[in-house]
Design a protein around this ligand. Structure first.
Ligand code: UT7
Length: 325
């Protein structure tokens, strides 16, 4: 028997206000055609008054807890990936912990931008397998709209707000059983040499303000396709599975063209790739768990499926994880 982190349930949340490309075109010099052709995005949700990273995360967690059929009080670890926390401190994870009514466990945020969920997932997995905790909430939650320069058409049309969460539990499984559930292999990477290609132009310790999001999109795109294909291959080798064995890829939803290019490199048919970028745009750390929960709830991802998570974002940071659901 071996201790594995098993997904028990998932949940997600979106702000009430949906903003179409047509509405974006009333704010900046853009068109629905340009956005759809270059990114695949048709819609995004934007947080309104009273909606924050923590409120969206809490709603996603409540749904994940309900899906898992557990008591919130039994959660002893919360790891939250975000680059748009409610406050610089305390960690948004502790705000969520309080809102859920669980106390005393471990709770902290992880800053890995669009790879935030993957980094949070790997961190929670490691803590669960060492016995430091038994039941975790792993969250990706963002209010990217509050980081955007709404006069910069090259970035403001690309992002949206939302949250996704999974309950992860340490379970003893028979590893000789190929259908035994849990996280099978994860690989994470970072390369700070490319920090300037996707960054905030401010921060608490430099300008004393949060600044605005800046991105050299074309260069990020080029790195994303190469890095994602490499890390997916790495995870396949580490797990002993082949691309053909994968039932679903749940990628970070930055751009439909990156998703297509990555699937093509792996030789995976498009039908196996979960795509929500059209509805949610790029929700940074929230995008992977939001897409996962969407596909679980619409019945595509089922218990027993082999699912690959992958993401790439500012830093650069990137990673992938293979999970038997
Ligand atoms: O989440 C973290 C990871 N992030 C990503 O993976 C993002 C990766 N990058 C991308 O998705 C794409 O590079 C973008 C969608 C950001 C941009 O697409 P692109 O095909 O690389 O376009 P571009 O930046 O090279 O811009 C092409 C043209 C430019 O005009 P000129 O210089 O050719 O005259 C831009 O000014 O499109 C223009 N443009 C726009 N036009 C209408 C840029 N933004 C817009 C816009 N509406 N919103």
């Amino acid at each position: 028997m071996t201790l594995r982190s098993v997904i028990r349930g998932s949940g997600s949340a979106l702000p009430a206000r949906a903003v179409s490309n047509a509405e974006m075109a009333t704010m900046v010099d853009t068109t629905d055609e340009w956005i759809v052709e270059r990114t695949g995005i048709r819609n995004r949700h934007i947080a309104g008054e009273g909606e924050t990273t923590a409120t969206l995360a809490t709603e996603a967690c409540r749904k994940a807890i309900e899906a898992a059929g557990i008591d919130a009080a039994s959660i002893d670890l919360i790891v939250l990936g975000t680059c748009s926390p409610d406050q610089t401190f305390p960690a948004t994870a502790t705000i969520v912990q309080n809102a859920l009514g669980c106390r005393g466990g471990i709770a902290f945020d992880v800053a890995a931008v669009c790879s935030g969920f993957l980094y949070a997932f790997a961190t929670a997995d490691a803590l669960l397998r060492t016995g430091a905790a038994k039941r975790a909430l792993v969250i990706g939650a963002e209010t990217m709209s509050r980081l955007l320069d709404w006069d910069d058409r090259t970035t403001c049309v690309l992002f949206g707000d939302g949250a996704g969460a999974v309950v992860l539990e340490a379970v003893d499984v028979d590893e000789s059983d190929p259908m035994a559930p849990g996280i099978l292999a994860t690989r994470l990477h970072a390369d700070g040499a490319h920090g300037d290609l996707l960054h905030m132009d401010g921060g608490p310790s430099t300008t004393g303000s949060i600044g605005k999001l800046r991105m050299k999109g074309r260069e990020v795109f080029r790195h994303a396709v190469v890095n994602l294909a490499a890390v997916l291959e790495e995870v396949l080798v580490a797990s002993g599975y082949k691309a053909d064995d994968i039932d679903w890829v749940v990628p970070h939803q930055a751009n439909a063209r990156i998703l297509d290019a990555t699937a093509r490199k792996l030789g995976l048919p498009e039908e196996k790739v979960i795509i929500t970028v059209d509805r949610h745009a790029n929700t940074s750390a929230a995008s992977v768990p939001l897409a996962f929960d969407t596909a679980v709830r619409d019945g595509r991802i089922k218990p027993g499926d082999l699912v690959m998570f992958e993401a790439m974002g500012g830093g650069f940071t990137w990673g992938a994880s293979l999970v038997r659901v």
